[in-house]
Design a protein around this ligand. Sequence first.
Ligand SMILES: C[S@@+](CC[C@H](N)C(=O)[O-])C[C@H]1O[C@@H](n2cnc3c(N)ncnc32)[C@H](O)[C@@H]1O
Length: 239
Amino acid sequence: MNHKTAAAPSWQYDERVKAGVDYEDAAIAAEYDSRHAKFRDFEKDARVVMQLLDLQPEHTVIDLGCGTGAFVIPAARSCRKVYAVDISQAMLDRCTEKARAAGLKNVETHCAGFLSYEHKGDPVDAIVSVAALHHLPDFWKAVAFKRMYDMLKPGGKLYLFDVIFTFPVESYQIEFNCWVNGMAEKAGQAMAQETIVHIRDEYSTFDWVIDGMLERAGFKTDLKRSDFPYSLSYVCVRP
Ligand SMILES: C[S@@+](CC[C@H](N)C(=O)[O-])C[C@H]1O[C@@H](n2cnc3c(N)ncnc32)[C@H](O)[C@@H]1O
């Protein structure tokens, strides 16, 4: 048996069980864009990702943990098809509304997760995952990377952005305080509180853990950089 054929027994880790922020909550989904707009520029960020992936009009893309469609909507205007995948129906509903309002017919939504999404279409040119993978404990991140690898065409690219730590472990207390205080200054108390929930209940890890997982999944890392405090962006290729 391998990771493609093994049926998951019911006692195994269930990615639908929420860790941290409850994105199933319709009120959280409704406020998501305005909260995040305080420290993100959705359109500009999406343009940068599309450039890094060299996304072309004939390309197909999967966004895993797409949320309300921060990347899905701009990407769907520029490429053939976007598979918008998220474990939260409330977040996907917002994404669907935005796609409809923008008159986009090439967005296919799936309420599923990193570990459960079964891609039925042809292998895709690119996979994007922004600020979502930290919802999985480390073992399951490795499984998720292997699944992503299998959904990509040879030569296909993965763009990963997430909260990933590069500081020495012994300075974690100082770094966590800096992160929470910085978020309060930049985006207000609600986002600072969300940062606390992230640190306490979610599963962000070190870059050297992520580097090893990507390599073992078969990816070649073309770019690794920090555009945002306590976060990293990776562009990886399936050779
Ligand atoms: C911080 S939001 C990021 C959303 C979006 N990518 C963005 O850039 O705004 C995290 C998202 O990950 C989703 N999520 C959590 N666990 C997941 C899983 N196991 N599989 C797929 N999505 C998941 C949540 O429902 C939520 O929409």
